[in-house]
Ligand binder design. Structure first.
Ligand code: HEM
Length: 272
């Protein structure tokens, strides 16, 4: 399936892949500079942080890949439909099972920003499949770029061996990420779009980055408050026995953080 295909250029003489990269350049810098990503790049990723991130990625890819599957024959989806090479849902399921055990589905909790992101994916999958390419580009090309570095950082920071817990970052169907990205760009450029549709795709790509930034910011807030709550608990000698109960139960500990988060930043949390 990894074969290149030539493609027509649009009337402006610029390829969609070039335009989308240019249109999202500033958003990419902002995404890289979210607190969560900055901490990540410094190798400051804990298992709690990573598990929480996996939960959101799971919901995002579930929506994205279900909508891509449903629209696989759509002319604006078919050229960039690479389930064998790119699909992340099964790897995320493996990673979640690794960290949360067999009943991981009951443990998936995401912030409101993740919920808004998945709602948008469902909406465009239903009403504007032309725009799916913007989201597929943002996530998959990101995973094949900076994502590869993040995978190595995760493995090192969490002391993981093999691909256990980090299947998400591994693309066994892609022999060379760079060559595959070239192929993908070529396929994006082969999608026939009117000028208006093309502009809508570019706008949607900026939105896709924005959704990711909001997810990272929400996760960071949840994490900060959860950490604050556990440190307050540690200091609270008067209620030591109750504190022990919380720290022994990751769900309760997390729920405590979330409860405070809800009250503090007005952020919804969704358990699936
Ligand atoms: C720690 C954070 C990040 C780092 C260090 C990083 C790094 C990079 C690098 C070095 C490239 C260029 C690869 C190349 O030219 O072949 C790239 C491309 C890309 N990144 Fe990121 N990235 C980060 C976060 C993100 C996030 C959060 C997203 C979106 C959710 C994202 C989406 C993309 C996309 C779509 C491309 C492909 C650009 C193109 O060639 O059109 N990145 N990233």
């Amino acid at each position: 399936m990894e074969s290149t295909k030539s493609k027509p250029r649009d009337s402006t003489g610029s390829d969609l892949s070039e335009q989308i990269k240019a249109a999202t350049k500033d958003s990419h810098v902002r995404a890289e500079n979210t607190q969560l990503m900055l901490n990540y790049q410094k190798g400051q990723i804990t298992q709690t942080q990573y598990k929480l991130l996996l939960c959101s990625l799971y919901e995002i890819y579930r929506a994205l890949e279900e909508e891509l599957d449903r629209n696989a024959d759509h002319p604006a989806v078919q050229p960039v439909y690479f389930p064998q090479e790119l699909a992340r849902l099964e790897s995320l399921e493996l990673d979640l099972e690794h960290f949360f055990g067999p009943h991981w589905r009951k443990r998936v909790t995401v912030p409101a920003a993740t919920h808004r992101y998945t709602q948008r994916l469902r909406e465009i999958g239903k009403n504007s499949p032309n725009l799916l390419v913007a989201h597929a580009y943002t996530r998959y090309l990101g995973d094949l770029s900076g994502g590869q570095v993040l995978g190595k950082i995760t493995q090192k920071s969490l002391g993981l061996s093999g691909i256990k817990g980090i299947a998400f970052f591994s693309f066994p169907g892609v022999t060379s990420p760079n060559k595959f990205k070239q192929l993908y760009r070529g396929r994006m450029n082969s999608i026939e779009l009117t000028e208006q549709q093309r502009q809508e795709v570019l706008d949607e790509a900026t939105r896709a980055f924005e959704f990711n930034i909001e997810v990272f910011d929400d996760l960071q807030k949840m994490l900060s408050i959860t950490e604050e709550a556990s440190s307050e608990k540690r200091n609270d000698t008067a209620s030591q026995s109750q504190s022990r109960t919380f720290s022994n139960s990751p769900i309760l500990q997390f729920a405590l953080g979330v409860g405070i988060t809800l009250a503090t930043v007005g952020m919804g949390v969704y358990a699936f």
